[in-house]
Ligand binder design. Structure first.
Ligand code: MD3
Ligand code: FE
Length: 217
């Protein structure tokens, strides 16, 4: 009875889908955290505003980024790394708000990874047209820990392949509130985001924000 009621209203009850080897998609998992999550994001962005990183090869990324946690992901002529200091402010990154750590740990548990305690949260902002080219996340020291990703705002087409850049890529639409836990073999799969389509999201407006929680060291 209850189940039927929920099924009549899409996206209310979180559901789980296998996405790739070791990757679990928890549809709508972040929705019950929405209000607290957005308030926490506003606080972070006041302290460490979104900025467009320049890659070591000199390209300005279309995605704008910031971080919270004891270390943040940074890029400069020296390459990519995790650093305790925000290079824009010269100060430490904002502390990771409890609601973010809780969301990440709860999602990881739901996917079978207990005790996930990420020290870094990379926050990406996409406006229409922004994209993220196919890449691997391998600047972390511990590949046994999963990465937890949370999507907010406009839907995106997420691309993912395999362990080699040339592997065939699959695509999946990620929507507001969706959470993916990338563990096991999928942890090192190539992945990216297709150029964001224009639109207006009821809660987030004309943008998509993605949070990735990482055990960096
Ligand atoms: C699969 N972010 O920040 S989230 C990134 O939507 C990144 O902003 C994308 O790729 C975004 O590095 C994708 C999904 C994701 C994140 C990390 C992964 C998938 C992943 C790490 C390993 C494998
Ligand atoms: Fe990535």
């Amino acid at each position: 009875m209850t189940a039927d009621l929920f099924e009549a209203v899409p996206n209310v009850r979180p559901s789980r889908e296998a996405m790739a080897e070791g990757a679990v998609l928890l549809r709508g998992f972040a929705r019950s955290f929405e209000a607290e999550l957005l308030a926490a994001l506003r606080t972070i962005v006041k302290q460490a505003p979104f900025r467009h990183l320049v890659t070591p090869s000199g390209h300005r990324m279309s995605v704008a980024m910031t971080n919270c946690g004891s270390v943040g992901w940074v890029s400069d002529d020296a390459g990519y790394r995790y650093d305790a200091i925000d290079p824009e402010s010269g100060q430490k990154w904002p502390v990771m708000p409890a609601v973010l750590s809780r969301l990440a740990a709860d999602a990881a548990s739901a996917a079978g990874f207990n005790g996930f305690a990420p020290e870094a949260c990379l926050i990406n902002r996409y406006v229409p047209g922004a994209k993220l080219s196919l890449h691997q996340d391998k600047d972390e020291l511990d590949f046994a820990a999963p990465i937890v990703s949370v999507s907010l705002g406009l839907p995106a087409v997420f691309l993912f392949g395999g362990l080699k850049r040339a592997d065939k890529t699959a695509r999946r639409r990620l929507e507001h509130g969706d959470v993916v836990v990338w563990g096991g073999p999928s942890r090192l799969f190539f992945h990216g985001v297709a150029p964001l389509a224009d639109g207006e999201h009821a809660v987030m407006g004309r943008q998509r924000i993605n949070l990735t929680f990482r055990k960096a060291r």
